[in-house]
Design a protein around this ligand. Sequence first.
Ligand SMILES: [Fe+2]
Length: 284
Amino acid sequence: MFEEGQLYSPVTTGDDGEVTVQLAHDHPGANDPDYRQRRNAIAAAALAWDRGDPAPHIDYTDAEQEVWRTVWRELPPKIERLAVHEVNDAIAALGLPRDRIPGLDEVSARLAPLTGFRYVPAAGLVPLREFYGSLEHRVFHSTQYLRHPAVPLYTPEPDLIHEVIGHGHLLATPTFSDLHRRAGVAANRLREEDSLRFLSKVFWFSLEFGVVVEDEELRAYGAGILSSYGEIDVYPRAEIRPWDIGQMGTLDYDITRYQPVLFAAASFNRMVDDLTDFFESVGR
Ligand SMILES: [Fe+2]
């Protein structure tokens, strides 16, 4: 999940118990009543979920299934060419279905023997503390809706494709799953909101939008890039800055378009070591 409140369409519950997802006027689904109703129903299912229950079963429509299949047609050759090796290994290891949308519990079952991470449903924004803190316990909060079919290339909102195809493949790897967990341990140690904000930005510029030099090429590992088959084509044209945790933790970013600034670690090991050190030391 992306971590900034502004990324999410607010979810409200009326006095009559009616759940509404408040799509912005320029959201691609804003004038599509069927899409709006669908978003409301999926958000309501997450809100009605109780810890310990199976994740809500969503009976995905043909249009939603087609968005999933479209992404799977477009992404794999790009990931093979542009993503780090460990992510490519994870695609085979996780073995997500490509012809149908898996439920969150199926994703959890596939992750269980690999890293033990599991998915729980989220209607929309999960407070930073809860979202990061749960990573310590290998719990990942995930939305279940899909982006509007008019714009399958990219969504500023974290939809199921971002959560499952982007983060899921990171959570299936030994290295990135451990970095997610370490981010959670660190978040649970932080008392100051400013420190948590700093951590969330470092997370943004690494596990969401990180790139790294591997085999003398710039390769992607961030979930936001891996799940956006539009962005994955253009990220090499972003302004690539040298890896700098201090700058990553303070730079503001704009989520409404492809990321204009990315930070590249000089090597895979350098990225892992620096993030590990950061998560170990922050707040101490
Ligand atoms: Fe995310």
